[in-house]
Design a binder for this molecule. Structure first.
Ligand code: GLU
Length: 498
């Protein structure tokens, strides 16, 4: 075992079951923030001992997601050139490569009489449970094998009877621990099951593996979701049984839907991958998730990762569930989008435009210029990158025009047509440079001189160019579309009115 350090060491210990849950991202983020703030180490450990829940490829996916959101870890598995390698002196960091270690420690507990072999068949366990249910008693193992004599145990082992190893939980008293979020927590021992530590297939359960690893890896702070709170007394009993010191615990509040139910797949997306795919920026997602259960106590809402490292306070995590408000996430994302350079935003939007069939895989210089202009006029209104397809489709392909939409609410078809015809003539003979400002100023001058009025003139112009109820302003549109396309769209709008 490595020499004991005085450094803060935290670990993110996900089970690779397919996708990265928003709640896991928050755990990883708080781990990261604490480690960076205290100049400690952030360890990634993979808890894959439950083979039934294992999903092929999910480890690679997890590493990719963590990298995308920029949470850099110091030790654990890494993906390098498509291969999984490990770095750090406390490995292996993938639990399925540590099976001998768990076995050794389980046997040590048996020697200390803190754990015992249990040979009960599943039929017997079912029967015990059935009787307990009938009697309205808590369902737990009845301790049948707890006092088996040494001879019977040896015989059973010799006969290679299947067995599990169970923790001998004290029958009386309570188990207490302190938690950074919940202060003192206490559980009655008589309600705690004699937890299985090693299963009949030889694999450890989560409870044994997590305690052994957190100890051997010198983890100082365990940050995890509230759903693990009821497991913690079992862990505390295990630490005591081994004679080890407990780490500091912090159980994070549940993440809730707006209706206060637990955030679940059924009600929306819970996978970080899905949010990234929709075009939530990693920085915005991180900023949003940081505030699910913690806040700085000030008005500030926008935080970079570095600012979070400075501001985060593990002692100020709230107990109450944190509501996942998608509107807030969208608002936050739009704030980040607004701050991006057009070039960067264009590069980020391009894959969506390609996938949406609006742009080919390769683009000419002219097309690139047009795309840049489109992004410039859409940036303000974009809440997530995937929206770019719906918001800008009309620039690339003229949708069907609804002539009624062309008519300003206090106007009529006749006036609309006359105004559009006037604009068509004006632009057709327009000789100045076709800039946004120039076209705007000259058009407004024309409206004023000829008393055309803004509403009945500019509304039809904007709709003629966008075919939409809402869009960027008319002169942003004339600028992006260019003179020729502007003339052509006005012309077809006039045609639709006759
Ligand atoms: N492997 C557990 C999970 O999937 C980790 C729980 C813990 O952090 O102790 O979330």
């Amino acid at each position: 075992m490595s020499e004991k350090t005085n450094k803060i060491r935290v670990r993110f210990a996900p089970s690779p079951t397919g996708f990265v849950h928003i709640g896991s991202l928050r755990t990883a983020l708080y781990d990261y923030l604490l480690a960076r703030q205290k100049k400690g180490s952030f360890v990634l450990r993979i808890e894959d001992t439950d083979r039934n829940r294992f999903v092929e490829g999910s480890l690679e996916n997890l590493l990719i997601v963590l990298e995308k959101v920029n949470l850099k870890w110091d030790e654990g598995p890494f993906l390098e050139n498509g291969k999984i390698i490990e770095k750090g002196e406390f490995g292996p960091y993938i639990q399925s490569n540590r099976l001998d270690i768990y076995k050794k420690y389980a046997l040590e507990l048996i020697k200390k009489e803190k754990a015992y072999y249990c040979f009960c068949s599943s039929e017997r366990l079912d029967e015990v449970r059935r009787i307990q249910e009938v009697n309205h008693e808590p369902t737990k193992y009845d301790g049948f094998c707890r006092n088996l004599d040494k001879e019977t145990i040896s015989k059973n082992l010799e006969k290679k009877l299947p067995y599990v190893i169970r923790l001998a939980v004290p029958k009386e008293g309570t188990t207490k621990f302190s938690d950074l979020v919940r202060n003192e927590v206490e559980f009655e021992n008589k309600l705690i099951d004699d937890q299985v530590l090693i299963k009949s297939d030889g694999f450890p359960t989560y409870h044994l593996a997590v305690v052994v690893d957190d100890h051997l890896m010198q983890i100082t702070h365990i940050i995890r979701g509230e759903e693990w709170l009821s497991s913690t007394p079992k862990h505390v009993i295990l630490y005591e049984a081994f004679g080890w010191d407990n780490p500091q615990y912090a159980h994070l509040p549940l993440i809730l839907n707006p209706d206060k139910s637990k955030l679940s797949k059924r009600q929306g997306d819970v996978a970080v991958e899905d949010y990234l795919k929709k075009g939530f920026l990693p920085e915005a997602l991180i900023n949003f998730v940081a505030l699910l259960g913690w806040n700085p106590g000030t008005e500030q809402e926008i935080f970079s990762l570095d600012e979070l490292v400075q501001a985060f306070d593990i002692n100020k995590i709230q107990k109450a569930g944190a509501v996942f408000d998608i509107t807030k996430l969208e608002w936050m994302n739009s704030q980040y989008i607004k701050k991006m350079s057009v070039a960067n935003l264009t590069a980020k939007c391009l894959p969506y435009l390609v996938e949406g069939g609006l742009v080919g895989k390769t683009t000419s210089k002219e097309e690139q210029e047009k795309i840049t202009k489109i992004i410039t006029v859409t940036q303000e209104r974009l809440k997530k990158l995937s929206e770019i397809v719906d918001l800008t489709g009309f620039f690339f392909q003229q949708p069907d025009l609804n002539p009624d939409l062309l008519v300003w609410k206090k106007s009529d078809k006749e006036i609309t047509k006359i105004r559009l015809e006037r604009l068509l003539k004006f632009y057709d003979t327009y000789t100045e440079r076709w800039t946004e400002k120039g076209v705007e100023e000259n058009t407004l001058k024309l409206i004023e001189e000829e008393k055309l009025e803004n509403g009945p003139t500019l509304w039809p112009l904007r709709v003629a160019l966008s075919h939409l109820e809402r869009s960027p302003g008319p002169f942003q549109l004339t600028w992006v579309l260019g003179k020729e396309e502007t003339l052509q769209r006005i012309q077809s709008a006039i045609k639709s009115l006759s």
